[in-house]
Design a protein around this ligand. Structure first.
Ligand code: UDP
Length: 327
C-alpha cells in the first residue's frame, strides 16, 4: 500500500482534491505547487482512505486531500488503455476475501475486461474512467492474455468473472462466511442461482436477489430502490450481472452509496450459476475457444459482436505493438 507521510506529500499522487469538502480536481495541478503548504493533520481512518489536511501558509485556507489506497500498488500492465492487475485467480480471490474481512468503508468494485470491453473502451471515455477507478482489473478473455504475452507484458492467467465468483465462494469458511447479493439476470434466475449456491456452498448465504427492469439505470426512483434493498442486508459481496458496459457504469456511478464491501461486475455469471445459460466446458475455456460456445448458444446476439471484435482487435493489437516499439 502507498502511504502518505508529511515528507512525501509533494510526490504523492492524490486520487481526489477537495477544498472545503467540494471536489475540485482529480489531481493537484503542476502549476499549484504544494511547497507553501503545511501538513496540519493526517488521518488514516481506515486501510483504504487517507486524508491529509493542509494549511496554506500565506492564505488562511484549509485544504483536504484524500488518497484512495484500495487498489494495491502492485504490479499492473497497461494494455489497450486499460491498467490490468498482474494477478492470478488465487491472488485475486485472496485480495477480495481480505476486503470482505475488512470493515465496510466504501464499496470497492472489480471489473473483468475482455476483448469486447477493450474495443468499447477505445470510444467510451466514461468506461475508461470506470476502469481507472476500479479496485481490481482482472483479465477475462484469452486473447487479452495472448496479447499480453506477445507484447512482452505477460499476465499470469485468465481470471474470468464467471470463474472468479465460484472460486471466491470456495474460499468461504465457517469462520469467514460470505454474504452475497445477486443483482441482475432475468426475473427468477437469481433466485434459482441462490438455491444452487446454498446447496453447493454452505458457507455462502445469498441475502438478497433483484432483477431490475429494462432501462432501470435511467430511472432515479428505481436506482434508489436498488440501493435501499442492498442497504437493508449490507452484503459482503454484490454480484452484478447486467452486461457490459451497463454493469460497470452503474456500479461506478453508485458505488459510494452501495452498502456492500465489494461489487463484482461479472456479466452472465448469475445465469451460469442458475443453469439458465450453459457455460462452455472447461477444455474450451482453457484453450481460448469459449467464444465459439457462447456464440453458438446466443447466435443472434453474439455473431455480430464477435465479427466486429475479430475485425477490430488485430488492429488494436498492431497499434499497441507500434506504441511499444516507439518507446
Ligand atoms: N441483464 C440484466 N439487465 C439488463 C441487461 C442485461 O439483468 O438491463 C443481464 C442479462 O439478463 C444477462 C446478463 O445481463 O444475465 C448479460 O451478461 P453477458 O455477460 O452475456 O453480457 P455481455 O456483457 O456479454 O453483453
Amino acid at each position: 500500500m502507498e502511504c502518505v507521510t508529511s515528507g512525501d506529500v509533494q510526490r504523492t499522487r492524490f486520487a481526489s482534491l477537495s477544498v472545503g469538502g467540494k471536489q475540485t480536481a482529480n489531481r493537484p495541478k503542476r502549476s499549484s505547487p504544494l511547497s507553501n503548504v503545511e501538513v496540519t493533520a493526517i488521518a488514516v481512518d481506515n486501510p483504504i482512505k487517507i486524508t491529509v489536511e493542509l494549511q496554506r501558509r500565506y492564505h488562511n485556507m484549509t485544504t483536504q486531500l484524500s488518497m484512495d489506497c484500495s487498489r494495491p500498488a502492485a504490479n499492473r500492465i497497461q494494455l489497450f488503455g486499460i491498467d490490468i492487475d498482474v494477478v492470478d485467480m488465487q491472488e485475486a480471490v485472496t485480495t477480495i476475501t481480505q476486503w470482505t474481512a475488512d470493515e465496510h468503508v466504501e464499496c470497492k468494485f472489480v471489473v473483468t475486461p475482455n476483448v469486447d470491453h477493450a474495443i468499447m473502451l477505445q470510444e467510451n471515455e466514461a468506461l475508461r474512467r470506470v476502469y481507472g477507478a476500479a479496485s481490481l482489473v482482472l483479465a477475462d478473455g484469452f486473447p487479452i492474455i495472448v496479447a499480453s504475452k506477445l507484447l512482452q507484458k505477460p499476465l499470469p492467467e485468465r481470471v474470468a468473472g464467471s470463474e472468479l465468483v465460484p472460486t471466491l465462494f470456495d474460499a468461504a469458511t465457517p469462520t469467514q462466511p460470505l454474504s452475497v447479493y445477486l443483482l441482475g439476470a432475468a426475473e427468477g434466475v437469481a433466485d434459482r442461482a441462490a438455491e444452487v449456491i446454498h446447496a453447493k456452498w454452505p458457507n455462502v448465504a445469498v441475502v438478497g436477489t433483484y432483477s431490475p427492469p429494462m432501462g432501470f439505470q435511467n430511472d432515479e426512483q428505481e436506482n434508489e430502490k436498488i440501493i435501499e434493498k442492498i442497504a437493508e442486508v449490507s452484503p459482503d459481496v454484490l454480484v452484478v450481472g447486467l452486461g457490459a458496459p451497463k454493469q460497470e457504469l452503474w456500479v461506478h456511478k453508485h458505488h459510494e452509496r452501495l452498502s456492500a464491501k465489494v461489487a463484482l461486475c461479472v456479466g452472465a455469471t448469475i445465469d451460469f450459476m442458475a443453469g439458465e445459460k450453459k457455460q462452455a466446458p472447461v477444455w474450451m475455456r482453457r484453450t481460448g475457444l469459449e467464444w465459439i460456445h457462447r456464440m453458438l448458444s446466443e447466435p443472434r446476439r453474439l455473431v455480430g459482436r464477435y465479427a466486429r471484435d475479430a475485425w477490430i482487435f488485430p488492429r488494436l493489437l498492431w497499434k499497441e505493438y507500434w506504441k511499444r516499439s516507439d518507446r
